[in-house]
Design a protein. Structure first.
Length: 445
């Protein structure tokens, strides 16, 4: 270990690790809440912004707009991640969360296609691009601030709590917003007007996040590394983006992207697709659907946090392989069962959806800390963010292909099952080819 590592290790945790952990989780949750809103209003947005004769094509166009945000995330991760490594995690969090909130709220102001024609989908797509860039920035800072601030024994739990738990909380908040707004604007009123208020609520999340983040200290590990660099104790050549993608960390980054892609696909093809699945495949009533999605989202918080903590005891690699092996069989099977279940069988659908969400999100619970442990502090924020966002970008594109390859809505389950199985297999292979990383934050500098 060089002097930077010693300084980082000796720095321990921040004076207020709980505040840093809370801010990271809530920052991720509010950010993904803004991103997930579209999944809850895919039908109305398709009708108002992307109206076409084919129902599946309209849905596919909505998912294309969702994919646009996903595609832009690696770019945002590279830019804002680099800044976070240079000027600190906390300062960049404030900037990117404000950007996500404003761009999300603006989507609710776009006139319909019937009013301004082709300009409507163009404006919508531009805002999705802007949102995606800022979302990539959020994922570049929340994970490092959280995992670098808590004691080592809680890093696995923090990984699951931020990535899976934050996503679950974000989806839960989106479900609550959907339940409330669909009650205020029932039936056709939601399709005409209510969906706009879903986007408006995104701004509230960003404002609340900014308030929380202003109370949090900077990462102690980052501060220690900065101090060591300023004092001249670090003799090694500074690492650049080139080192990350083609240099000494190039092969590591490629393998990390494969791990993240398999993990992201498991999320987007299950929890991410579930709002649409319960709308067009197994059409559950809107109010019931909201409660089912809320319950499934809350289960994710528990499952992801637990799986992340397991990786602290059994290792990142072993935990991900075991959960991946379970998901290879269980996820396609559960998706098929849900598609064959009577939409009025609320209890059965609730239980299967909760199980689906729990095991799918548990798979990527250790991924965030695994990626953090693969890079030194100097490029940790950018390296993890680029790997995570590029992988999740690839996984996030898959729902679009599922809908495009489904001539009728009845074809969606079979296509979805194939894509899920293939994605889990990629995840398992990539993890098998990776080393164990537990505790490497102290030895990777």
């Amino acid at each position: 270990m060089n002097s930077t590592t010693h300084s980082s290790a000796q720095a321990g945790t921040g004076r207020s690790p709980l505040a840093a952990a809370f801010a990271s989780v809530m920052g991720w949750a509010f950010d993904l809440f803004d991103l997930f809103i579209l999944l809850y209003v895919a039908g109305p947005v398709g009708a108002q912004i992307f109206p076409v004769e084919s129902e599946t094509l309209s849905l596919a166009l909505v998912f294309v707009s969702f994919a646009v945000s996903i595609v832009m995330r690696p770019g945002g991760a590279a830019v804002f991640g680099g800044w976070a490594d240079k000027v600190g995690r906390k300062r960049i969090m404030v900037l990117v969360l404000a950007g996500v909130g404003l761009s999300t709220a603006a989507m609710g102001l776009i006139p319909s296609y019937a009013t301004i024609g082709l300009v409507a989908p163009i404006i919508f797509l531009v805002l999705r691009v802007i949102q995606g860039i800022f979302v990539g920035g959020v994922t570049a800072v929340t994970h490092t601030l959280g995992t670098e601030s808590v004691p080592p024994k809680y890093r696995g739990m923090m990984s699951g709590l931020i990535g899976g738990g934050g996503a679950g909380l974000g989806a839960a908040m989106a479900s609550v917003a959907f339940i409330v707004i669909s009650a205020i604007f029932p039936g056709d009123e939601f399709i005409e007007t209510g969906w706009r208020y879903m986007f408006f609520t995104g701004l509230l999340g960003a404002i609340l996040s900014l308030f929380v983040l202003r109370k949090v200290e900077e990462s102690p590990i980052w501060l220690a590394a900065k101090e060591a660099k300023a004092s001249g104790k670090v003799a090694t050549k500074p690492l650049s983006f080139k080192d990350l993608v083609t240099g000494r960390y190039g092969k590591i980054t490629l393998l990390n992207i494969a791990v993240a892609a398999g993990a992201g696909a498991q999320y987007y093809l299950t929890s991410g697709f579930l709002p649409t699945y319960l709308d067009v495949v197994t059409p559950v009533e809107a109010d019931t659907r909201g409660w089912v999605l809320l319950a499934a989202s809350l289960i994710v918080v528990v499952a992801a946090t637990g799986a992340g903590h397991l990786s602290e005891n059994f290792g990142r690699r072993r935990t991900m392989i075991v959960i991946g092996a379970i998901n290879l069989v269980a996820l396609p099977l559960i998706l098929w069962i849900i598609s064959e279940t009577d939409p009025s069988s609320t209890v059965a659908i609730l239980l299967w959806c909760c199980l689906l969400a729990a095991i799918a999100n548990a798979a990527y619970a250790p991924v965030m800390i695994f990626l953090n442990e693969r890079y030194p502090t100097e490029i940790r924020s950018r390296g993890t963010a680029v790997s995570w966002n590029t992988g999740f970008m690839l996984g996030g594109l898959l729902p679009t292909f599922v809908t495009l390859l489904s001539p009728e809505t009845s074809d969606i389950p079979s296509r979805l099952m194939i894509f899920v199985a293939a994605s889990v297999l990629v995840f398992i292979i990539a993890v098998v080819r990776s080393p164990e990383t537990r505790g490497a934050i102290e030895t990777s500098d």
